[in-house]
Design a protein around this ligand. Structure first.
Ligand code: HEM
Length: 427
């Protein structure tokens, strides 16, 4: 480039009008849209906040914005508000009333409407879309920025050769971004032994599993549906599933959600889950007692990935589960991988030779149910082992046998105390 706009002091970031509240307040109090002494002071605040963050902590698997929020002393479940604000942070994008409300909630959490609060919120907003784009493999994650020329003309500057910008507005969060992106849910599938993923059905079951040291939590669609008195795999539990996800994102581990076949609205579900800060989903190709056409199913997966490319999509092939078209498993799996699936889940696959065949043929992590010893599954190349509905069924079994023991005057098995359960709400 002959003339480097990013290094030329005559080219400024777009000026923003002063705002007393909402997105307008945020824009007019962050380094990103300031120049001169305001910029130096506000950038200093952002850098000093960043210097308090332990970068190594950001490498732990989880949602990037949730991890950064926690590191900056804010709750993990601010992700939804941050992503609403990120959508209209740039001055050329119209502000939505939802985004204004979201900024106000974030200000309230910061405890003051000052430049430190703006710097804290600004860091989260800056990190949000850019880091998710990096995780999704978009290159460059931020394609361009804008500057106002001395003539007043707005020019677009490509960031293809400088991913983190340059000059006085260059990204101060580069190391943080790389650490956040390294610590994705995806990385848990690359370990030497399989990721053991327990499936919860409500906040308490998930929190108890986190407390027991599990690195990530899934949900069980049977558990979620049955707990609400509705049948599983019938597409009826959308509200319950999303409602549970909204609660689980408070927990300090990646959350992956079983969305059955997408509840007839893959796009809307993807949007909501991505905004909440969920890290992955399971999408199944079973439909009643048969299987969806693999081309149609691949279309659903592609639609999900188009909306939420940074989420880990675990494509479930139900051929063995339903004992139909079992020979189509690998072909289906490959089609789903082509459509963007990050992992393949084959519940009901038990025969060792068959497991090896699938692992060898499929270029992404393979997930099975815990129907074999985990160590053996690891030797066979399986990268993720789920409990499916097992824990929910175990809990129901224990509930009934405990009640019967009380009724019949038989001794009770040990159970967690009242105080231990109360403490889960604080996790
Ligand atoms: C892949 C992830 C990221 C990319 C590609 C990226 C890229 C950029 C770029 C290109 C700019 C300069 C914009 C301009 O000159 O107009 C910028 C600014 C900024 N970034 Fe990042 N960023 C990322 C993640 C982060 C993270 C994680 C944080 C915070 C922890 C962060 C905080 C900021 C801040 C505060 C600014 C404004 C600096 C100023 O105006 O002085 N960024 N980023």
């Amino acid at each position: 480039m002959d003339h480097d706009v990013l290094l030329d002091a005559g080219y400024t970031v777009p000026a923003v009008p002063f705002g007393e509240a909402g997105v307008a307040w945020l824009r007019s109090h962050v380094a990103r849209f300031s120049e001169g002494a305001d910029h130096v002071r506000r950038r200093g605040l952002a850098e000093s906040l960043l210097s308090t963050v332990d970068v190594a902590e950001l490498e732990r698997p989880g949602n990037p914005v949730a991890k950064l929020a926690h590191a900056l002393g804010l709750p993990r479940d601010v992700v939804a508000d941050v992503s609403v604000v990120a959508r209209c942070y740039q001055p050329h994008v119209p502000v939505t009333p939802e985004a204004d409300l979201a900024v106000e909630r974030l200000v309230a959490l910061c405890g003051a409407r000052d430049e430190v609060a703006a710097a804290r919120i600004g860091l989260l907003v800056q990190a949000c879309d850019a880091t998710n784009a990096l995780i999704a493999g978009k290159n460059p994650p931020v394609p361009l920025t804008r500057r106002v020329a001395p003539s007043g003309e707005v020019v677009e500057v490509s960031l293809a050769d400088r991913l983190f910008g340059d000059g006085r507005h260059g990204c101060p969060g580069r190391a943080h971004a790389l650490a956040l992106a390294a610590g994705t849910f995806h990385s848990l599938h690359r370990g030497p032994s399989p990721l053991v993923l327990p499936n919860a059905w409500d906040f308490a079951s998930a929190a108890a599993l986190v407390q027991a040291g599990f690195a990530a939590i899934g949900t069980t669609s049977l558990g979620v549906a049955a707990a609400h008195g509705i049948p599983d795999a019938a597409g009826l539990a959308r509200a319950e599933t999303l409602g549970l996800a909204r609660k689980l994102v408070r927990l300090p581990v990646p959350i992956t959600v079983d969305i059955e076949a997408g509840f007839g609205d893959v796009r809307g579900v993807a949007e909501e889950l991505a905004a909440m800060g969920v890290c992955g989903v399971n999408i199944e190709d079973g439909r009643g007692e048969g299987l969806e056409d693999p081309v149609v199913q691949a279309g659903l997966i592609a639609e999900f990935k188009a909306v939420a490319p940074h989420l880990f999509v675990n494509a479930r092939v139900d051929a063995h589960w339903l004992h139909v078209e079992e020979g189509s498993t690998v072909e289906r799996a490959l089609r789903y991988v082509d459509a963007g699936a990050d992992g393949v889940f084959v519940p009901g696959l038990r025969e060792e030779g068959e497991i090896e065949k699938v692992v060898e043929a499929v270029p992404v992590p393979v997930n099975l149910l815990a129907q074999h010893d985990v160590r053996r599954l690891g030797e066979l190349g399986v990268k993720r082992v789920s409990t499916g509905s097992l824990l929910f069924r175990a809990a129901l079994g224990a509930t009934v046998s405990t009640a019967v023991a009380v009724r019949d005057g038989r001794p009770l098995s040990p159970v967690p105390s009242y105080d231990e359960i109360q403490a889960l709400a604080g996790l």
